[in-house]
Design a protein around this ligand. Structure first.
Ligand code: UT7
Length: 327
């Protein structure tokens, strides 16, 4: 019988430290009004400087294991989605494996920027369909405060830290129904965090020639995001002959409220069925979708039998959407 990936438990972790828009007024020339009106963000969580981001991943992973009633030793594979790892090597997946004692798991990181969690779900489902693995732990873990230039108002007001996780297991029924992944590498300069190579162009774009910090062409990404999200969700549903009115919830990447409302309007979908956490946590890159998913499940919004669409976009530029029938 054909095997399908099914999500059986969710978890998340947010740092305790809350940074309000008013706090940022002391760092850069900005205002609470501008940030709320242009982005929808009111506050974000920021990890203590001395802590590694993987601490959040370990907590989110433990939460997902507990909620799915899965033992760490029964996990066959750990995939971590991150664009802000503690190390280039080892992978964050190995660090988290150690933190949760998942001694029988293979482990690797995946970087598709903010689309990473949906990419990781897709990869996991493929491993399950081939029968190679039974239980997979997927964690999206982002410590963006460590790669933000706190003197750059164009970016520092947008991002926050956090981690979200889920356990996917092999099942006879879907589960995961369909996915759409994509990338447009011609736009790879639109969001960059240089790592080992710093060309003049990248240095010029940053304050004081700072290197390992985020640069983003906000307007270009904005336009791309609305088009990519809309096209991806339409393709996702068309391929399985479903209509948007059959969908119970959309959980979009939380980057900008105007991106979300514009795309949702184009999809002709009611805003009441869209999960929003952006106001509270800002943009936590690939962690934003699993955090929003876990919170909405926790408060009883998403229920068994619901059709849920997750849709992300980000650096690369990449996009990804997935359709799930909730177990
Ligand atoms: O998750 C990864 C994907 N990232 C995204 O999805 C982000 C996509 N882009 C966006 O969300 C928006 O483009 C931004 C929120 C980044 C910027 O909003 P915008 O409406 O596109 O603003 P803008 O870049 O066109 O800038 C408008 C003005 C500029 O001033 P001038 O040139 O008109 O005088 C900026 O310098 O707003 C200024 N500005 C600010 N003003 C106060 C930019 N950042 C700030 C700020 N506070 N923090």
């Amino acid at each position: 019988m054909k095997k399908h990936g099914t999500i059986i438990g969710l978890g998340y972790c947010l740092p305790e430290n809350i940074v309000h828009n008013a706090d940022l007024e002391k760092l850069v020339d900005t205002s609470d009004k501008w940030i709320r009106e242009r982005t929808g963000i009111k506050r974000r969580r920021i990890l203590e400087k001395e802590k590694p981001s993987s601490d959040m991943g370990v907590k989110a992973a433990k939460d997902a294991l507990k909620n799915s009633k899965t033992k760490a030793e029964d996990i066959d594979l750990i995939i971590v989605s991150t664009e802000s790892p503690d190390y280039l090597t080892p992978s964050m997946a190995c660090v988290i494996q150690d933190g949760i004692d998942a001694n029988n798991a293979a482990a690797f990181d995946l970087n598709a920027a903010c689309s990473g969690f949906v990419y990781a779900l897709t990869v996991s489902d493929q491993f399950i369909q081939t029968g190679m693995y039974k239980n997979i732990l997927i964690i999206a873990c982002e410590g963006l405060s460590k790669v933000v230039d706190w003197k750059d108002r164009n970016t520092c007001v947008l991002f926050g830290d956090g981690a979200g996780a889920c356990v996917m297991t092999s099942s006879d029924k879907p589960g995961i129904i369909n996915y759409d992944l994509g990338a447009d590498g011609t736009k790879h300069k639109a969001i960059t965090i240089p790592c080992t190579h710093f060309d003049e162009d990248e240095l010029f774009k940053r304050n004081n020639k700072r290197t390992q910090v985020i640069f983003m062409e906000g307007r270009e990404v904005f336009k791309f995001a609305v088009n990519a999200m809309t096209a991806s969700v339409n393709k996702l549903l068309k391929e399985v002959n479903m209509n948007i009115d059959e969908i119970d919830w959309i959980v979009p990447h939380q980057a900008n409220m105007r991106i979300i409302t514009n795309s949702i309007k184009k999809l002709n979908f009611p805003m009441e069925k869209v999960v929003i956490t952006l106001d509270e946590y800002g943009n936590t890159s690939s962690a934003s979708i699993p955090i929003a998913l876990a919170e909405s499940y926790e408060v009883g919004k998403i229920k068994s039998g619901d059709y849920v669409v997750l849709v992300g976009f980000g650096g690369g530029l990449t996009w990804a959407s997935i359709l799930i029938k909730w177990a």
